[in-house]
Design a protein around this ligand. Structure first.
Ligand SMILES: [Fe+2]
Ligand SMILES: [Fe+2]
Length: 328
């Protein structure tokens, strides 16, 4: 072990802890790993150094529960987690609560990147491939018993578009899994759910975050995020199913939605699931003009005051999925 040390009176400012279970044998991170001994942080492995089986085993043998990484290397660590996501989410030796944190953290970071990149030429192929890979790995984890419950503990009620996108993906896919949707179909729907509001990157902030009521003109601009989102996805080999999720997620069964106002059977079942999940998450999230409702109140409002807008079988499954995960 190298004996370089770094002292700090405020460790939280410089380091963050991770479980040694998150460091995988025969991988290398671009970040250094430290141990905490008394009040000092001691370098354990350098950046670019391969974690061998022995490096890791030594930590377990000496009962180390946490290792430390420099805050300024957090982005590098996050990228390492994303690269090793399949190994993390599928590893039952890692507690489900820890895996849920990785699942949620990686997805929010990735969506943040999608939204913050401003997408001058639409979504890049590279970013899309990363999203697709994440969804395929994330769905397996979501399908495990107890996962949703652990993800739900992390769900943010702040209405940031990227946490909202992840939450719509989680609710819609959890519900569709109960109907037997899986594999390639569900991956496409999951990507569509994650990207459903991507068109909001084209809407001015003053309209997106306006605390008061939108004028008729502003509302028309806001509604255009569906069409603009579909345009951002065009040019990628995403397939029509993904584009339809983006384009039609505000349609309603009673025909009162937008942009096309189509009704009932014209809207595919997965899109109905996304539109319900979208509405539910918007109601429970804090907005510029109102505080979020409790899950119970939101479900009540959907049933009592939005009669005809959503598919009731999907609604019942959403209630079941949420109560199974102790959310309502
Ligand atoms: Fe939307
Ligand atoms: Fe949305």
């Amino acid at each position: 072990m190298s004996r370089e040390s770094s002292q700090s009176h405020e460790p939280g400012r410089y380091f963050f802890p991770v479980s040694p279970l998150m460091l995988f044998p025969q991988t290398k991170g671009e970040f250094a790993v430290y141990l905490k001994q008394a009040e000092a942080f001691v370098l354990y492995t350098r950046a670019e150094e391969v974690f061998t089986h022995e490096t890791r085993q030594r930590l377990f043998d000496s009962g180390v529960q946490q290792v430390y990484i420099l805050q300024k290397q957090k982005e590098l660590y996050d990228r390492y987690l994303e690269d090793n996501l399949g190994r993390i989410l599928g590893n039952s030796a890692i507690p489900s609560t820890e895996r849920a944190k990785v699942f949620y953290g990686v997805s929010v970071d990735m969506i943040k990147e999608v939204f913050d990149s401003r997408l001058p030429d639409g979504l890049s192929r590279k970013l899309y491939d990363r999203l697709r890979r994440f969804v395929a790995q994330g769905l397996k984890f979501l399908g495990e018993e107890g996962s949703l419950k652990n993800v739900a503990k992390l769900i943010s009620h702040d209405y940031y578009t990227y946490s909202h996108s992840v939450q719509v993906f989680v609710y819609a896919c959890s519900v569709l899994q109960t109907f037997g949707y899986q594999d390639e179909d569900l991956v496409k729907i999951g990507v569509g759910a994650l990207l459903h509001d991507i068109g909001k990157t084209r809407i001015p902030h003053a309209i997106l975050n306006k605390p008061g009521r939108l004028t008729r003109r502003e509302w028309e601009i806001m509604k255009s995020h569906t069409v603009q989102g579909a345009a951002l996805c065009a040019g990628l080999p995403v397939g029509q199913q993904v584009i339809n999720c983006v384009l039609f997620h505000h349609e309603r069964v009673d025909g009162k939605g937008y942009p096309s106002g189509m009704t009932g059977e014209q809207i595919t079942f997965p899109i109905k699931a996304i539109s319900l999940a979208d509405c539910y998450d918007a109601l429970i999230s804090d907005r510029a003009y109102a505080k979020g409702m409790s899950p119970f109140a939101a479900l009540n409002l959907i049933r009592e005051e939005m009669t005809g807008a959503f598919d009731m079988e999907l609604y019942r499954r959403l209630v079941l999925v949420l109560s199974g995960a102790d959310i309502v």
